[in-house]
Write a protein that binds this ligand. Structure first.
Ligand SMILES: *[C@@H]1O[C@H](CO)[C@@H](O)[C@H](O)[C@H]1NC(C)=O
Ligand SMILES: *[C@@H]1O[C@H](CO)[C@@H](O)[C@H](O)[C@H]1NC(C)=O
Length: 202
């Protein structure tokens, strides 16, 4: 029967997307150690892909160590990204640019996440409860879905050290999970090495 097989093809079609700005975590040697080279190679080949596709194409994939969670920052490790830590202050506006390569309608949000506990801190900074990356609107998605800004909340007492916290963009579109993470510190780093919103070496 032709129709059901076409349907099956449609249901496995992949969405794809990645945060372009601010510079998100990317995979390197530490990610290979923590997660396995399979994961690093997979995302180096296509940084817009997602963990469900990784498992589908590598059915025996398992994170190499417990410090890899493929559903937090795609598994990318802080240790590969110590040169890409931003410094933000309360009330600061941070501009995001998201590249949606292939749309799949779903919901999305941007939150501050405790990167060690994998826990959202406070309320989402931005939230699209439905209708995010709708294929019917693609490629003319509402500008607010791909070019937007978030305002840094008061995180006093939290996110003081590089690696503690990330701003996570989370998109869940029809069974496919996307998470990109921006490493940052809040406020209290030494004043000399900081400029507002600038990238600092960790
Ligand atoms: C993702 O890959 C594209 C194409 O290779 C590249 O231009 C882009 O900078 C990459 N983005 C990130 C965040 O690594
Ligand atoms: C953000 O979206 C994800 C994916 O749908 C959802 O699981 C999560 O609960 C949402 N987070 C918040 C803080 O709303």
């Amino acid at each position: 029967m032709l129709f059901p097989s076409i349907l099956a093809l449609v249901t496995v079609a992949s969405a794809h997307g990645v945060v372009q700005k601010p510079h998100p975590r990317t995979p390197g040697a530490e990610t290979s150690t923590a997660c396995g080279k399979v994961l690093t190679d997979f995302y180096k080949a296509d940084n817009t892909s997602y963990p469900e596709a990784l498992v589908r194409s590598h059915p025996t994939f398992k994170p190499a160590t417990s410090s890899c969670n493929p559903y937090l920052c795609r598994g990318y490790q802080f240790a590969d990204n110590t040169a890409n830590v931003y410094s933000y202050k309360a009330g600061e506006k941070v501009d995001f640019s998201v590249y949606i390569r292939i749309p799949h309608v779903g919901n999305a949000n941007v939150s501050v996440v405790d990167a060690k506990a994998n826990k959202v801190i406070g309320e989402p900074l931005k939230s699209w409860p439905s209708g995010y990356a709708d294929g019917k609107q693609f490629p003319n998605l509402p500008k607010d879905q791909t070019q937007f800004s978030v305002t840094i909340p008061d995180l006093s007492g939290k996110c003081a050290s590089p690696g503690d916290c990330v701003i996570q963009w989370y998109w869940f579109g029809q069974g496919q999970t996307y998470e990109d993470c921006v490493d940052f510190t809040f406020g209290s780093a030494p004043a000399t090495s900081m400029r507002r919103g600038s990238r600092i070496a960790a």
